[in-house]
Design a protein around this ligand. Structure first.
Ligand code: GDP
Length: 348
């Protein structure tokens, strides 16, 4: 990846079984010092933007291919064409409301003879989608002083752990000091997986014992982040089903404890969603947002789906910005969400 300034070769996600034997958890306060394996300086923004567009274009190619099948034909626009366009947009998971609104606009422009042939559709849709998506603030929040605390939620299997590692490494690449906290104490494998990632990316991880209270891990992690003068603390949380009341209570407790130690925290509560799951992702966003007031979404596995329009559905339905997109299994396969790059990649 040309824009990614790391020296190490990118690797796919670790499994607990990969853990080197005898490597004890970085118990609270005993992780590697923050200065270990500091990364190269942040890339210049222009190079980064070009690289992120490349990643996004690669990640969205399945979605783009579906749209291109129709839009690349240079056909005259008529009702039959509009019906096919509607199907393609449904297939790409733009969602009924967005499809209806976009189709109305296309039809009106066709009747007004502003649009005549299929080649004009992509720029027309790009402009409308850009306008919808750009209204949201997609930048990661930064606390005015002290560590910025990011709480990461998500159902098991969505790509939560991988996304945490990607985000941590992305921040470290910009020169930020990052501390990780293994708040998913319910599953031993979750902590082990995060330990492997933390070693790979050279960032400290605060863990508790098996089945320890996630809120106490979060508290220790706040102490560690403050002591180390970290810029970011990323806290993993249990990835059980969003329908479980216990989990929601647990998240609330973690939030209270974090806020008690670092005023204003958590500054971000991100939900990781699996882009390949369609309506499930919408249901999960709904349940988590009701319970914990999400500030942003991380859309993982966008590369594995032809339904990249799900992002627009979520944007319009919940008014929660997508802040990052996951575009592959490697730790560098992440891009900050940008409406401009997204609409370009969608119709690439
Ligand atoms: P968790 O259970 O939610 O923590 O999920 P993991 O982080 O363990 O990820 C589950 C699977 O999804 C793993 O095989 C990851 O490599 C894979 N994965 C995570 N993010 C992405 C992504 O953006 N793209 C692709 N293709 N796979 C991903």
């Amino acid at each position: 990846m040309s824009w990614w300034p790391f020296r190490k070769k990118p690797e796919a996600g670790p499994r607990a079984a990969d853990a080197p034997p005898g490597d004890a958890a970085s118990a609270a306060g005993q992780g590697p010092p923050l200065e270990t394996e500091r990364e190269a300086p942040a890339p210049v923004p222009e190079e980064e933007a070009v690289g992120a567009l490349g990643l996004l274009t690669r990640g969205l190619r399945k979605t783009a291919a579906g749209l291109k099948q129709l839009l690349g034909l240079r056909r005259a626009i008529d009702e039959a064409f509009l019906a096919e366009l509607e199907v393609k947009m449904y297939e790409a998971d733009f969602g009924p409301d967005t499809v209806a609104a976009l189709l109305d606009d296309v039809r009106a422009a066709w009747r007004a003879e502003t649009l005549r042939e299929s080649g004009q559709i992509a720029p027309f849709l790009q402009e409308r989608l850009r306008a919808q998506l750009q209204a949201k603030d997609t930048q990661l929040v930064r606390a005015p002083s002290g560590p910025t605390v990011i709480l990461v939620c998500g159902v098991n299997g969505t790509g939560k752990t991988t996304s945490i590692a990607k985000l941590a490494r992305w921040l470290a690449a910009r020169g930020d000091k990052v501390v990780l906290a293994a708040g998913d104490t319910f599953r031993a494998a979750a902590t082990e997986q995060l330990q492997i990632w933390s070693r790979r990316i050279g960032l400290p991880l605060v863990t508790g014992g098996a089945r320890s209270d996630p809120a106490s891990v979060a508290y220790s992690a706040c102490e560690r982040a403050l002591a180390e003068q970290a810029d970011y603390l990323i806290v993993d949380t249990a990835g059980r089903l969003h329908t479980q009341a216990n989990l929601m209570r647990e998240l609330e407790k973690i939030r209270r404890v974090i806020a008690g130690r670092i005023p204003g925290a958590p500054h971000e509560t991100l939900l990781v969603l699996d882009a390949t799951t369609g309506q499930n992702a919408v249901n999960q966003a709904d349940a988590f947002h009701r319970a914990v007031a999400l500030t942003g979404l991380v859309m993982a596995k966008l590369d594995g789906t032809a339904k990249g329009g799900i992002l627009v559905t979520l944007h319009n339905r919940f008014r929660i910005p997508v802040k990052f997109v996951g575009l592959g299994e490697k730790v560098e396969d992440i891009a900050e969400f940008s409406a401009e790059r997204y609409v370009q990649a969608l119709f690439a």
